[in-house]
Write a protein that binds this ligand. Structure first.
Ligand code: SF4
Length: 457
């Protein structure tokens, strides 16, 4: 780190009662990241800008990445004047332009505040990541995020490449003619997909990508982008695996993993409901062989009449993706083709009625998710549709462009704060679980607190 004199003594900031402000972290044109003496880091919760401190941040989770934001200037707080505003040049290196730095947090945490910045005129949209507020304190980076899941399911330190490679070799012998297993090799070894890696490592949850099509056109779709200025982070699967290939991969995983989960609906595919003709027979084949394992589907849940037979065939749990529980905001982001939000809700009610475990994959963006309008709507939604779990996920999309898009359909009031939102929901819905990952059925219906004491594999 440049601009530093004496490294201070390493001390747990929580010791001192009074939270300490974090030093601002910025980057120069070359992408070198450094802290800026005299300035405090600032977080954005919609239009609300505030300095972040040791009291409302966590140590940057392992595996997180720092993002350099081009075409933008950081919004910082001058420690001398207390003024919050954009800073375009490095005061210690005249003329040197500086840029915002954001945290792309590793799984298990939800953003409390986004990175604070101002766009330069003509700025291009940011790539498909989430951009959390980050600062420097003591000897480390701290992130404005809230821990919602402590399970090490996607902890990269527990996924050594050599073990993945030997897992691939083993599956080549076990499933020699299985195209889906070969596809997952690409996911694990090339895309670095943690779900793909876990299949070859024999851990937690295995992915069952199946669908080439989708009946939504999400602004932030990571498998097929309609916006010429955005790149999807992975290509959609190029074939439709057979029921036998799907069941083969699922059974191989269930046979060797305790409390295993196998999931349809991955980042490298469209929506699994569009491939129900393969998925139904695959579920039947799996359940004919074993009652073990949890068969889960991550989906936009747009087609209740297609979902119903899959639930009857043996689907154990459903995770429904949504950025909002209000039709206008949902439609503005998902841009559904041939379905309406009401059908998504119908699917949720159907699965609850059939006693299945239902989770919301709630795509969070500070300033929208904790807006008073969305907060009020979420309370009403959860009253009417008692799902089991909210997976608090970070929306991988340019936060300012997203807020503009949402604000264009429904004006956003001043944010209530993500931490207060999570506390309010938890207080009102005490049986509602919080998390980040799809739980195995062994942990269904457990109380929220029991969930946190989950056994490592
Ligand atoms: S539902 Fe999934 S696959 Fe479909 S457009 Fe949205 S992100 Fe993409």
């Amino acid at each position: 780190m440049r601009n530093r004199k004496q490294p201070p003594r390493k001390r747990n900031p929580k010791d001192s009662k009074k939270p300490e402000l974090l030093l601002a972290v910025v980057a120069n044109e070359k992408g070198e990241i450094f802290d800026l003496e005299g300035f405090a880091a600032v977080g954005a919760d919609g239009k609300l800008l505030s300095p972040i401190s040791t009291g409302d941040t966590i140590e940057l989770p392992h595996g997180s990445e720092l993002m350099f934001l081009p075409d933008r200037m950081p919004v910082l707080m001058d420690l001398e004047t207390g003024q919050i505003g954009p800073v375009d040049r490095n005061p210690y290196s005249p003329g040197e332009r500086i840029f915002p730095v954001a945290a792309f947090n590793s799984p298990g945490v939800v953003l409390a505040q986004s990175c604070a910045y101002e766009e330069h005129p003509g700025a291009s949209i940011l790539p498909l990541f989430s951009y959390g507020a980050v600062g420097w304190h003591g000897h480390g980076f701290r992130s404005a995020a809230i821990v919602v899941d402590t399970e090490p399911r996607q902890d990269l330190r527990l996924m050594p490449r050599e073990n993945i490679v030997s897992g691939v070799e083993q599956m080549r012998m076990q499933l020699p003619d299985n195209r889906l297993a070969r596809h997952l090799e690409h996911c694990a070894l090339t895309y670095g997909c943690p779900a793909g890696k876990n299949f070859f490592l024999g851990r937690y949850e295995a992915p069952l990508p199946t669908s080439r099509a989708c009946n939504a056109r999400c602004l932030g779709c990571i498998s097929l982008q309609h916006d010429a200025h955005l790149t999807s982070s992975q290509n959609r699967i190029g074939f439709t695996p057979s029921a036998e290939e799907i069941a083969g991969v699922a059974l191989a995983h269930i046979a060797r993993v305790k409390n295993s989960v196998v999931s349809f609906g991955q980042g490298c595919e469209g929506d699994p409901l569009m491939a129900a003709r393969m998925i139904g027979p695959a579920i039947a084949q799996i359940r004919k062989k074993t009652a073990d394992g949890t068969i889960n589907m991550n989906t936009n849940a747009s087609l209740p009449h297609v979902l119903a037979p899959l639930l009857d065939a043996g689907l154990d749990s459903l995770r429904v993706s949504m950025n909002s529980v209000r039709e206008t905001c949902y439609t503005a982001y998902f841009r559904p083709k041939g379905y309406r939000f009401s059908q998504v809700v119908e699917s949720i009610d159907l699965a609850i009625a059939k006693g299945k475990h239902v989770a919301i994959n709630y795509l969070n963006c500070p300033g929208f998710t904790d807006s008073p309008e969305e907060t009020a709507a979420l309370f009403v939604f959860l009253e009417k549709h008692p799902v089991n779990l909210i997976q608090w996920r970070n929306l991988n999309f340019d936060p300012q462009r997203y807020l503009q898009a949402m604000n264009s359909v429904v004006p956003l009031g001043p944010a209530v704060g993500m931490e207060p939102l999570l506390q309010m929901i938890r207080k009102r819905f005490s049986n509602l679980q919080y998390g980040y990952f799809n739980p195995p059925k062994e942990r269904f219906q457990a109380s929220p607190d029991a969930v946190q004491k989950k056994a490592a594999p």
